[in-house]
Design a protein around this ligand. Structure first.
Ligand SMILES: [Cu+2]
Length: 179
């Protein structure tokens, strides 16, 4: 019974260590994608990425001029209909736009960040928004941590059993010797 508890304990500790590592680990993945804007939605409406991913984003509009303001990342863009290039800026750096074919940023903040249209594009414009979700790499590292913890637990429990077993055998043979 105590052996089981030890193994479970080590598995849980390993899993928690994995969670801690996953929380702070960046993934070096490069994601390239095109975000299509139209009245009054974005495709994709929700973007799931891992903490540390690099994103290369192209923005296109299928109808009228739209914007793409990403909360928390100092990113704003505007795109005219049916164009290969669009205008990009960091709002904190002023009003100047740069014409680009795409923009690149690293998802270096965890959490949910709304993106919304920053160019008045029609009656439902205020409702035109999507969501960037930056997940820490938890499941992967928690899994690895759990497996390592399980192994540690098994080694913690069993070498001792072998040792105790050998000790008993020695004691028995000593007794035999005395007699
Ligand atoms: Cu719009």
């Amino acid at each position: 019974m105590r052996q089981k508890i030890k193994i479970i304990l080590m598995t849980v500790i390993g899993g928690l260590c994995g969670l801690l590592i996953g929380w702070n680990t960046t993934s070096p993945t490069l994601m390239e994608l095109t975000i299509k804007a139209r009245q009054y939605a974005y495709d994709p409406p929700v973007l799931h990425v891992n903490y540390g991913d690099t994103l290369r984003i192209k923005l296109v509009s299928l109808d009228v001029t739209h914007g793409f303001f990403l909360e928390g990342y100092d990113i704003d863009a505007k795109v005219n209909a049916q164009r290969k290039t669009f205008m990009f800026r960091h709002p904190s750096e002023g009003e100047d736009w740069t014409e680009v074919e795409d923009f690149v940023f690293v998802a270096n903040r965890r959490g949910k960040f709304r993106y919304r249209c920053s160019q008045t594009c029609g009656s439902m414009h205020p409702f035109m928004q999507g969501e960037l979700i930056v997940n820490p790499n938890l499941p992967f590292f928690a899994g690895i941590g759990g497996v390592l913890g399980l192994l540690a637990g098994v080694f913690w429990v069993f070498p001792r059993n072998v040792y105790e077993h050998n000790k008993k055998k020695e004691e028995l043979s000593d007794e035999a010797f005395v007699q």
